[in-house]
Write a protein that binds this ligand. Structure first.
Ligand SMILES: *Cc1c(COP(=O)(O)O)cnc(C)c1O
Length: 408
């Protein structure tokens, strides 16, 4: 089986269902019982694997993890309560007080807040840099650096870093390369083939599809020797190649309480099975809208790395099969014009989420980035004339008709 959807639909359950259910049942149960006290003792000694308590593992969540593992070729996968839970618990599992990470400077806003406000309070330092310049990244690495962190496509700048070059650098210093791939889900991006050690993602966005629920994933590609990370080396002695997910699941997922629920996993499984169809449709819509914007006299600028004139087009082809997600930006001549345009839209919704089935539009300058000074916003590439459009799965003709009437 080569096709993503065929493979997704045919991942076997970890255990055969007693009723031969075709869809994985939603195991909405907190605890699981054992046949004997000997069995439960053996389980607690780590000798009899079984589900015990759903804050650590759950059968429906396990199946979602198994599907991601089968589809990506990853070594280990863990599903969390949200994208932020995936990122925060990953960082806590690989760093301790006094350690630092080097991070791309353009990140999802709450990730910046996590690094600058939450983790810094525990002595984890983040050094922000433009990951398009590996030599600048290299200059910041020291003996306490544990990872290089970046996003596949930054939002809303839509910049793409050369992953192979960052991978080379991470391997040269034996540190981790961690990517947030939320914008480019598994069907168009395989982090393992590009040498990424750990992939984190918010499944709230593309995988949940209808923006039904929060979820996150931590994916260990099995490419890193965990003895080389001082925080995981002890676990590496006992768990070998499984050290990172074992430590993450025990010390953070379980102890801090960040599991995905069975109900959410059920939504994610349904979303994953039709992910390829939705991504393909979103991409076709992006290309049609991109051409429309490029030819419209009122639109002063369009950014989408899937368009041939984008400076990141070649990297998009190399790293994301030419489909760099479905977020695009475009500019009108003033903020006032943007506001009027957005107010006239009927099909495209004014909302801040990404990769919903519905097309969503926002004016980042006056919303997501409103707390920053004008100067800071401009430095981050947030222009008052720019709107961000997360393109959904509606018919392209309906989207274009909506935009056309709102532009006049
Ligand atoms: C939304 C988002 C997150 C956070 O995910 P949640 O599921 O909302 O916690 C992290 N990274 C990126 C790139 C995102 O777009």
């Amino acid at each position: 089986m080569k096709n993503f959807t065929t493979r997704s639909l045919n991942v076997p359950f970890p255990k055969r269902d007693p009723h031969n259910a075709l869809a994985m049942p939603v195991y909405e149960s907190v605890a699981f019982e054992f046949n004997s006290s000997e069995d439960i003792a053996a389980n607690f000694r780590g000798e009899l694997p079984a589900h015990v308590y759903s804050r650590t593992t759950n059968p429906t969540v396990e199946y979602f993890e198994a599907k991601i593992k089968a589809l990506t070729g990853a070594h280990q996968v863990l599903a969390t309560t949200s994208g932020m839970a995936a990122i925060s618990t990953t960082m806590l599992a690989i760093c301790k007080q006094g350690d630092n990470i080097i991070s791309g400077k353009n990140l999802f806003g709450h990730t910046i807040a996590l690094f600058e406000q939450s983790l810094s309070a525990y002595g984890l330092e983040t050094r922000f840099v433009d990951t398009n310049y590996p030599e600048q990244v290299e200059a910041l690495i020291d003996e306490n650096t544990r990872a290089i962190y970046f996003e596949t496509v930054t939002n809303p700048q839509l910049e793409i870093s050369d992953i192979a070059r960052l991978s080379e650098l991470a391997n040269k210093y034996n540190i981790l390369l961690i990517v947030d791939s939320t914008i480019t889900p598994p069907v168009i991006f395989n982090s393992k083939s590009l040498g990424v050690h750990i992939e984190v993602m918010s499944t709230t966005k593309f995988i949940s599809g209808g923006a039904t629920s929060f979820g996150g994933l931590v994916i260990d590609n099995g490419l890193y020797d965990w003895k080389k990370n001082p925080n995981c080396s002890e676990f590496a002695q006992k768990f070998g190649n499984d050290a990172f997910i074992a430590r993450l699941r025990k010390n953070y997922y379980r102890n801090m309480g960040t599991p995905m629920t069975a109900h959410t996993a059920n939504y994610m499984i349904a979303g994953l099975d039709i992910l390829e169809l939705r991504v393909e449709r979103c991409y076709q819509n992006c290309m049609k809208l991109g051409e429309f914007f490029e030819s419209h006299p009122n639109v002063t600028r369009v950014d989408y790395p899937g368009l041939k004139n984008s400076p990141y087009y070649e990297l998009a082809v190399k790293q994301f099969s030419g489909i760099p997600g479905s977020v695009m930006t475009f500019d009108l001549s003033s903020q006032e014009e943007c506001f009027q345009f957005m107010n006239r839209l009927n099909v495209i919704r004014r909302a801040t989420n990404l990769n919903d089935n519905k097309s969503l539009i926002i004016h980042p300058y006056s919303t997501i980035y409103t707390e920053f000074t004008e100067d800071e916003r401009l430095k981050m590439g947030i222009r008052p004339t720019m709107m961000r459009l997360s393109v959904g799965i509606e018919g392209a003709e309906d989207l274009i008709e909506d935009i056309e009437q709102a532009l006049t």
